[in-house]
Design a protein around this ligand. Structure first.
Ligand SMILES: [Zn+2]
Length: 271
């Protein structure tokens, strides 16, 4: 009993020291795994993923992925700088790759490492739809949603006492992959919570609008995604991003606000 109490107290101290305010949400978030541990692991796992998959180079689709990714990254930097968070992206090493795979999926790992699968391009239906997808995935990374899910899992397993956790063994790396989207490698990626989805939708809308893409398209994108789920194999992205009608209504309602946000950066026309 005494030991249990001590564990809880120490665990709580660990949590408090590991909390940081997220600039996009203004919320205190749990980050037991610090970026100094997370980013090198992410970069190594990303390189490994690329080496084991067919990266598309030199096509117009590959160029589109790079173009959209760069614009989203610039939008994120502008937004953060304007809101008093200069340097937030200092350790980011943005990279955008299109991978030849029929899976309907896309993800962004910590530090700005993005993969888009060719299988999602028919649903993206062009550059603006792709911007909605990539804006949303980048938003998860910027808001440290994967980090929070991973930290929460560690707490549940009772390993929060140290405060900071190193990703050093095979088991930790598998957990990392499970929470960051490299689903096909290690089994099933766990879905984001509804709260995280709503947050990523809002941030993603801002980013795509500041990047010059029409935020009205985001609701249309998710309508196509949901329609795609009626087939025999639902899109992989939907299994990790539970969607419903309220999400589409929310995106539609938020689009004018995203346009107002873009206007602050001189962006008033959208493609
Ligand atoms: Zn999401």
């Amino acid at each position: 009993m005494k030991l249990k109490n001590a564990t809880i107290i120490l665990g709580t101290i660990g949590l408090i020291t590991a909390c940081a305010t997220n600039p996009f949400t203004g919320k205190k978030t749990m980050a037991l795994v610090p970026n100094s541990q997370l980013f090198p692991t992410a970069f190594a796992q990303y390189d490994q993923f690329l080496s084991e998959n067919k990266v598309v180079k030199g096509t117009s689709d590959a160029a589109m992925v790079t173009r959209v990714g760069q614009k989203i990254a610039v939008a994120a930097e502008r937004w953060l700088n304007a809101n008093g968070h200069v340097g937030y992206l200092n350790d980011y090493k943005w990279e955008y790759n299109l991978v030849n795979d029929e899976t309907v999926n896309a993800w962004c790992m910590p530090g700005g490492k993005i993969v888009v699968y060719t299988g999602i391009l028919p649903i993206a239906k062009g550059e603006t739809g792709l911007a909605a997808i990539m804006g949303h995935e980048v938003a998860h990374a910027l808001a440290n949603h994967g980090q929070q899910r991973m930290s929460a899992a560690y707490v549940q397993q009772g390993v929060a006492i140290a405060g900071n956790i190193a990703i050093k063994d095979e088991q930790s790396r598998n957990a990392f992959n499970q929470y960051y989207g490299i689903g096909s490698q290690v089994g099933v990626m766990l879905p984001f919570s509804r709260a995280h989805e709503t947050e990523a939708d809002k941030i993603g809308l801002y980013l795509m609008a500041i990047a010059g893409y029409n935020p009205d398209e985001a609701a249309e994108l998710w309508k196509r995604m949901s329609a795609g789920s009626s087939g025999q194999a639902p899109p992989e992205l939907l299994s990790t991003h539970p969607s419903n009608e309220s999400r589409i209504a929310n995106l539609t309602a938020l689009a004018p606000t995203a346009k107002q946000e873009a206007a602050k950066f001189g962006v008033t026309s959208f493609k």
